[in-house]
Design a protein around this ligand. Structure first.
Ligand SMILES: Cc1cc2nc3c(=O)[nH]c(=O)nc-3n(C[C@H](O)[C@H](O)[C@H](O)COP(=O)(O)OP(=O)(O)OC[C@H]3O[C@@H](n4cnc5c(N)ncnc54)[C@H](O)[C@@H]3O)c2cc1C
Length: 404
């Protein structure tokens, strides 16, 4: 049933993304990563402009709004692997088009007018990015599972006053915040209920009065992607910027959106592949104890484990993406029911593989593995950083377990 072959269009996209990663991303990646100022390591307007020019920034937006109309998750996974082979952080930044499409193309979007306004705004402005803000200093993983008790989950409040909501609260660790121009912010519209019964999702344009930005987080790895605090002080938005019914809750919102877990998983495959390729090359040329180190079985067996993990992770991620596409778009006109545990399961597997592979890459590079003149230690940091994003692997496993 599952056809692993790429279509001609997917092969062309793969080539485009690979060339972009090779020519535009890799030459600047390491230097940016080493910038001690986390705000200067991330967000590159010139790179966004270049990505825009070749269509990689807007490929996920429907054609009728000016985008590339690439709708299937499978193609996005193919592209994510190549971009992340260039740099994991840049891949994360560029994929914000997929998120805005998944949100605004869903039934949650209250009107075609709003959908068109913001998807066109995204396409027309090469610097347009979005942020999705869930995490707060006192609640992270529990929002994602979700753990729905009145005294848990995000506390940012939205109180209705006539035709507006008044929003107060704070988020932290949020990707792209401050540079993105539109925020999707998870709020509590009923503080007496848990996040599954008392939460809603709001759209907040960056320049709305009352929005401000706090410190940029200085972090290990994934440095080309910015994480920052968001403060909201009596922020007023029109009621039509609420996505979905009031108090519809986190699970309802998720059910109506195609998740991006598998795109991130594909990105982990690309990151692992970058580490593997460099390591294979190094092992063939580095001579120790009288021969290239690949001829020492202890080294070769580590390299074959790297290869096997990457191939297995890619196959699983792409199969998972195919299943999601089959559930949303159908195959030969027929929708095939999805498997609720598959995306989270493939995602944690790919994350584990990327950590294993980048650790082995460091080890095989000997002392050079921890030197900052080559990207091996950056790959290690990037892989391990991602174990802390999106709930981390403990949460991904727990989500998968719920589907058993
Ligand atoms: C690079 C990066 C990018 C990010 N981007 C965004 C973003 O764009 N938007 C956003 O809103 N947030 C973002 N985050 C935040 C991220 O989603 C949270 O850090 C993550 O969900 C964990 O939340 P926490 O830090 O509060 O950890 P906690 O929830 O405090 O968890 C601490 C530990 O306890 C474990 N734990 C928690 N609950 C349970 C349970 N029920 N059972 C077993 N173990 C449990 C967790 O797995 C973890 O190991 C980002 C984080 C990183 C690192």
């Amino acid at each position: 049933m599952f056809d692993y072959r790429l279509t001609e269009e997917q092969i062309a996209l793969q080539k485009l993304a690979h060339e972009f990663a090779e020519k535009e991303v890799r030459p600047i990646g390491l230097e940016l990563d080493h910038n001690p100022d986390p705000a200067k390591a991330a967000y590159m307007e010139p790179l966004l402009e270049k990505a825009d020019k070749v269509g990689l920034r807007t490929m996920g937006i429907p054609e009728r709004y000016g985008g590339g109309g690439i709708d299937d998750l499978f193609s996005h996974c193919v592209v994510a692997e190549e971009l992340s082979w260039g740099n994991r952080g840049i891949c994360g930044m560029l994929l914000s088009a997929t998120k805005i499409t998944h949100i605004l193309e869903s039934e949650l979007c209250p009107s075609e007018e709003i959908r068109e306004k913001w998807l066109r705004a995204y396409c027309d402005d090469p610097h347009f990015l979005i942020s999705t803000a869930t995490t707060e200093p006192n609640s992270g993983s529990e929002n994602l599972l979700p753990y729905s008790a009145p005294d848990s989950g995000y506390r940012t409040s939205a109180v209705r006053e006539g035709d507006e909501y008044v929003i107060n609260g704070m988020k932290h660790f949020v990707s792209n915040i401050g540079w993105a121009k539109l925020y999707f912010v998870y709020v509590r519209t009923d503080q007496t209920k848990g996040v599954d019964e008392g939460a809603s999702l709001m759209m907040i344009p960056r320049d709305t009065p009352g929005v401000s930005h706090g410190r940029v987080h200085d972090k290990m790895g994934y440095r080309l992607n910015l994480n920052r605090e968001l403060m909201m002080d009596n922020v007023r938005i029109p009621v039509e910027y609420r996505l979905g019914p009031e108090n519809c809750g986190v699970s309802y919102i998720r059910r109506h959106m195609r998740g991006d877990a598998l795109i991130n998983a594909a990105a982990m495959v690309g990151l692992a592949r970058a580490a593997y390729e460099d390591t294979l090359e190094y092992a063939k040329t580095r001579v120790a104890s009288g021969k290239p180190i690949i001829e020492h079985q202890a080294i070769a067996s580590k390299i074959i484990d790297m290869y096997t993990g990457i191939e297995a992770a890619r196959a699983y991620v792409l199969y998972g993406a195919w299943r999601v596409d089959a559930a949303w778009n159908g195959v030969d006109g027929k929708k095939i029911p999805g498997d609720p545990k598959m995306s989270a399961s493939a995602s944690y597997f790919a994350h584990e593989v990327a950590c294993d592979v980048t650790r082995a890459a460091m080890e095989i590079h000997g002392g050079m593995g921890v030197m900052r003149e080559i990207p091996i230690e950056m790959y290690f940091r990037d892989a391990h950083n991602m174990m802390h994003s999106d709930g981390g692997n403990i949460m991904k496993r727990l989500k998968a377990i719920r589907g058993l």
